[in-house]
Design a protein around this ligand. Structure first.
Ligand SMILES: Nc1ncnc2c1ncn2[C@@H]1O[C@H](COP(=O)(O)OP(=O)(O)OP(=O)(O)O)[C@@H](O)[C@H]1O
Ligand SMILES: [Mg+2]
Length: 290
């Protein structure tokens, strides 16, 4: 049985269908990349899966349980957690306090005292390389630091399935390599991961499988090589980047080894960012989350 089983998932914002009848499954231990043009519905898809938005239609089953309309904090207790595309720290709390909230609200939260949650938070910050900033406020962190804080707060919930929304966005090439190593570590610890990313070589390097969304619909799904060679995907998203991406994907057969690093990719030092090659949709949002 898949860990997550999604059928016919749809989200409409007024006349706009942001997610359109998407079927998707993820198995325990998998790492799946989600790509697609700006405005494709990737973040909305994750919002629906984590309870940040209510579907217009469709069903979400997690571990055999219907969670379609379950509140987000209850999903978190079950082991689902996410990071945000634009980091969403609690600005008036320290880095340690931010992550302590994750530990208290997560799957083991009910069992932890505040003191225990602090210890768990400190351990998690250590694991993501932020222990030196525990007493700082989020405003003191760099973009890379904020991304790590997002990840730490998410991991402190002791999740089974995490959704990472553009964990590499805004990072320089060194920071991208470090972040990739960190995500691999999370995957190797047994956490199942769905991650959204525009840096195509990074997606190919990390993913067991890739799903492509465009205009809210599932355009393609399969191995990195399959999706990057798919003419529909090349037309809708990859454009001129397709040659580079599929060359890289072919080189990576057989797929993903834990030791693969971003250094092995073409475009090293200048990561390929598919989104910049595609037009952006500009429908007004109802909420603050991009
Ligand atoms: N709360 C909202 N209210 C109205 N429209 C929204 C809302 N959230 C998203 N949308 C619209 O839904 C569509 C999908 O947006 P979404 O943020 O999910 O795309 P995305 O694939 O994550 O894009 P990006 O790569 O730019 O992050 C866009 O047209 C967006 O403007
Ligand atoms: Mg997004």
């Amino acid at each position: 049985m898949p860990l997550l089983n999604v059928s016919g998932l749809t989200k409409q914002f007024g006349g706009l269908t942001a997610v359109d009848n998407v079927d998707f499954t993820i198995n325990r231990g998998e790492i799946v990349g989600l790509i697609g043009p700006n405005g494709a519905g990737k973040t909305t898809f994750v919002d629906l899966l984590t309870g940040g938005a209510v579907p217009t239609a469709g069903k979400i089953e997690y571990d055999g349980r219907n969670i379609t309309r379950m509140a987000n904090h209850d999903r978190c207790r079950l082991g689902l957690a996410r990071t945000y595309q634009i980091p969403q720290p609690f600005g008036r709390s320290t880095v340690l306090e931010n992550v302590t909230v994750g530990a208290l609200f997560g799957s083991s939260g009910r069992k932890l005292s505040i003191a225990q949650a602090r210890i768990k938070a400190a351990e998690t910050l250590e694991a993501v390389g932020l222990s030196g900033s525990m007493d700082a406020f989020p405003s003191a962190l760099t973009t890379a630091g904020l991304k790590r804080l997002e990840l730490a707060r998410c991991l402190a919930t002791a999740p089974t399935l995490v959704f990472l929304d553009e964990p590499l966005g805004g990072l320089n090439s060194t920071e991208v390599k470090d972040a990739l190593a960190l995500i691999r570590k999370v995957r190797d610890s047994g956490v199942t991961i769905l991650f959204i990313e525009h840096i195509v070589p990074a997606v190919l390097a990390l993913s067991d499988r890739v799903m492509v969304l465009a205009n809210g619909r599932k355009l393609a799904e399969g191995s990195g090589a399959e999706v990057t060679q798919d003419p529909k995907v090349q037309k809708a998203y990859l454009g001129d980047l397709s040659a580079t991406a599929s060359r890289f994907a072919r080189r990576r057969r057989p797929p993903v080894t834990a030791g693969a690093t971003v250094e092995t990719m073409p475009g090293e030092g200048n990561p390929v960012v598919g989104a910049t090659a595609t037009p952006s949709m500009t429908v007004q949002r109802e909420t603050g989350q991009p």
